[in-house]
Design a protein around this ligand. Structure first.
Ligand code: SAH
Ligand code: F3S
Length: 450
């Protein structure tokens, strides 16, 4: 059977989609190639959120066509995901070496389409149609391997799409409108993962706080999302629950209260804020004010004082004045995030912000981005240093990505901890003393390993 290599760009949802496609192909007998150099099928799972991400994948495909295809003409080349969805047939027209384009509602058809191509039934396939029920098709996992390589953590996709239509964002166009899986279906997937050794699940969606709004609805003052978290929390053997990304407007008291009540729900949250200026938040169509955001943070810190908080911020949104930008800096100082992804505003096709008159010059975007990043890093490093000398609980995930001879795990507040342990610690919850800290990584003291 052929071998496949999938290269993933973008967010955790893309990571998860790639994994599900890989699992689907392995079930059909494909092997996973270690690199594109040996693969019979090379798929790029793409991101459209910023122009730079699209350019990267496009450039990669050009170089695959020029290099790999030239030496191995039978290699199948394909695009999947957001860029496949938004560009469709145009990708094949512009890059004739591309054989396959699979949109965001068609990941589950990858094996069928490859079979069509290998059997010679079709030479090119492009499918970006909508498909009812496709949100429930991203369910297979590759956790396999031996005790040393088995995954301890897993992502579970709970919904697809987003209806918020922030004025800068392409996601509602590439991922479609919100569609949620059932609680029973998601809980069954989590139970299966736990039976295969997983200890921590991260529930994924573009706007998880809107999970099941239409399909399930609120009950006893609890949103559908909180009902889902409760159902997953019941699973015996599961140690930790995380989710990403929520939307501030969906961070109701029921969710804040859940942190206090559900011990498996880790005290960490990635809550995208985008800007500290009410004027910008309004123009971005975010649906909350700075004050409301700060109130959510205060409530969360009241329930879980050690909660780790991260966010997304955009620098240089159209119309952003010096004063608006100052307000973002002041919000970062006020909240003191553990970390933040700071993005340079990128004009996206057909989004309302692309047509706004006061676009900011690239030079100013770069300047504000650098300034924000400097502040975020300074605060993040200080917050990391504050862990030195403290005892933390970590879930040991496996060899450290930075140094394969060491192990790494995460604290409940989502900080990476590197330590010298042994393979028998994998999958275990350990209490470690933090010895030192670098910018965003903690180093644990092996002396107190049990
Ligand atoms: N709710 C989704 C958002 C996906 S986009 C999630 O959190 O997964 C991720 C982040 O990219 C957004 O929070 C925003 O900060 C940034 N982003 C989205 N569109 C952008 C654009 N046009 N330019 C710059 N950054 C953007
Ligand atoms: Fe994009 Fe806003 Fe939804 S950032 S994914 S439209 S919440």
């Amino acid at each position: 059977m052929p071998s496949v290599f999938i290269k993933t760009y973008g967010c955790q949802m893309n990571e998860r989609d790639s994994e599900a496609v890989a699992a689907q192909l392995v079930a059909k007998g494909y092997t996973l190639a270690a690199s594109e150099a040996t693969a019979d099928v090379i798929l790029l799972n793409t991101c459209s959120v910023r122009d730079a991400a699209e350019q990267k994948a496009y450039g990669k495909m050009q170089s695959l066509a020029a290099e790999v295809r030239r030496h191995r003409p039978n290699v199948v080349l394909g695009f999947m995901g957001c860029m496949a969805q938004s560009r469709g047939q145009e990708l094949i027209d512009k890059l004739p070496d591309v054989d396959l384009v699979i949109g965001t509602q068609k990941f589950h058809r990858a094996a069928d389409y490859l079979e069509d191509i290998f059997a010679g039934r079709r030479s090119k396939v492009c499918d970006t149609d909508e498909e009812k029920g496709s949100e429930a098709t991203i369910r297979e996992h590759i956790l396999a391997g031996n005790a040393q390589t088995k995954s301890v953590t897993a992502f579970v996709s709970i919904m697809q799409g987003c209806n918020q239509h922030c004025t800068f964002c392409i996601v509602p166009y590439t991922r479609g409108s919100e569609r949620s899986r059932t609680i029973a279906d998601i809980a069954a997937e989590c139970r299966d993962l736990v039976s295969r050794g997983v200890k921590e699940v991260t529930l994924l969606g573009q706007i998880v706080t809107s999970y099941g709004k239409r399909e399930i609805g609120a009950r006893d003052g609890k949103s559908a999302f909180v009902q889902l978290v409760e159902a997953v929390h019941e699973i015996e053997g599961l140690e930790r629950i995380r989710f990403t990304s929520p939307h501030p407007k969906g961070y109701g008291d029921d969710l804040v209260e859940a942190y206090g009540r559900l011990p498996k729900l880790c005290e960490s949250a990635h809550i995208p804020v985008q800007s500290g200026s009410d004027r910008m938040l309004k123009s971005m169509h975010r649906g909350y004010t700075r004050e409301r955001f700060v109130t959510i943070v205060e409530k969360l810190r009241r329930v879980r004082p050690k909660i780790g908080l991260t966010t997304d911020i955009i620098a240089g949104f159209p119309g952003e004045t010096e004063d608006d930008f100052e307000q973002t800096l002041s919000l970062v100082r006020e909240v003191r995030f553990d970390n933040a992804f700071v993005f340079k505003y990128s004009k996206r096709k057909d989004t309302p912000a692309a047509a706004m008159p006061e676009q900011i010059s690239q030079a100013l975007i770069e300047e504000r981005h650098a300034k924000l990043l400097g502040l975020v890093n300074e605060i993040g490093a200080a917050k990391c240093q504050a862990f030195v000398g403290q005892c933390v609980q970590i879930l040991v995930e496996g060899p450290s990505r930075r140094n394969l001879a060491r192990l790494e795990g995460r604290t409940r507040c989502n900080k990476i901890v590197v330590f010298e342990g042994s393979d028998r610690h994998r999958g275990k919850l350990l209490d470690l003393k933090i010895e030192r800290a670098s910018l965003f990584t903690l180093y644990g003291d092996p002396a107190i390993l049990q």
